[in-house]
Ligand binder design. Structure first.
Ligand code: FES
Ligand code: FES
Length: 204
């Protein structure tokens, strides 16, 4: 009997100890977790709309967009400027090329939020009311497009290429236009167009 009583006692002691140990270990852990949660920065849901002001072709545009929106989607989906094309959406074809400031960028890989406050120029912003931009005219004169899908990106890239000073030879033009893919292979005519337009663009 005494053996049974003592084994009951020791089982109770063990349970009491384990319960106490678990309790004393859990309380500080829970308290610590709560304190850490309170200190942690609150993660914003990226899908919530954020306000952004873009300067596109000389005009300010106020948008409320998902923070993950690219410049290309802001242009096409929100501002209905569909001249810039979505070819690969992976930065590989150049169809979406626009100028941000003086730099040409693939707008499918550029976040709209990152472009806030900078001047974005798209194909729609090149011509004046009176006349086409010299590069647009040169593409027509040299028959430099076939289906035309890549053409807005080619023209924007060509303007950037000339302004960067990379239109001094055919080899130079080919090298610095190599990020723009044309599935119709209008390349020789594109090179001719860039050569034609370069002097006029450099005159300003
Ligand atoms: S759509 Fe942007 S590089 Fe192809
Ligand atoms: S003209 Fe068709 S893809 Fe270039």
């Amino acid at each position: 009997m005494s053996g049974t009583s003592s084994s009951k006692q020791s089982a109770f002691d063990r349970r009491a100890f384990l319960a106490g140990a678990a309790g004393s270990a859990l309380v500080p852990l829970t308290a610590r977790a709560t304190a850490e949660e309170a200190r942690a920065p609150v993660a914003q849901d990226a899908a919530l709309p954020v306000g952004v002001t873009l300067r596109v072709n000389g005009k300010e545009k106020h948008l409320s967009i998902d923070a993950r929106t690219t410049v290309l989607d802001a242009l096409r989906e929100h501002l209905k400027l569909t001249g810039s094309k979505k070819g690969c959406d992976h930065g590989q074809c150049g169809a979406c090329t626009v100028l941000i400031g003086d730099r040409r960028v693939v707008s499918c890989l550029t976040l709209a939020l990152a472009a806030e406050g900078q001047e974005i120029t798209t194909i729609e912003g090149l011509a004046t009311d009176e006349r086409l931009h010299p590069m647009q005219q040169a593409f027509i004169d040299n028959d430099a497009f076939q289906c035309g899908y890549c053409t807005p990106g080619q023209i924007m890239s060509a303007v950037g290429c000339v302004k960067e000073g990379h239109a001094n030879s055919e080899a130079d033009i080919r090298e610095y236009m190599s990020g723009n893919i044309c599935r119709c292979a209008a390349y020789p005519n594109i090179v001719a167009a860039v050569k034609q337009a370069a002097p006029e663009i450099m005159k300003g």
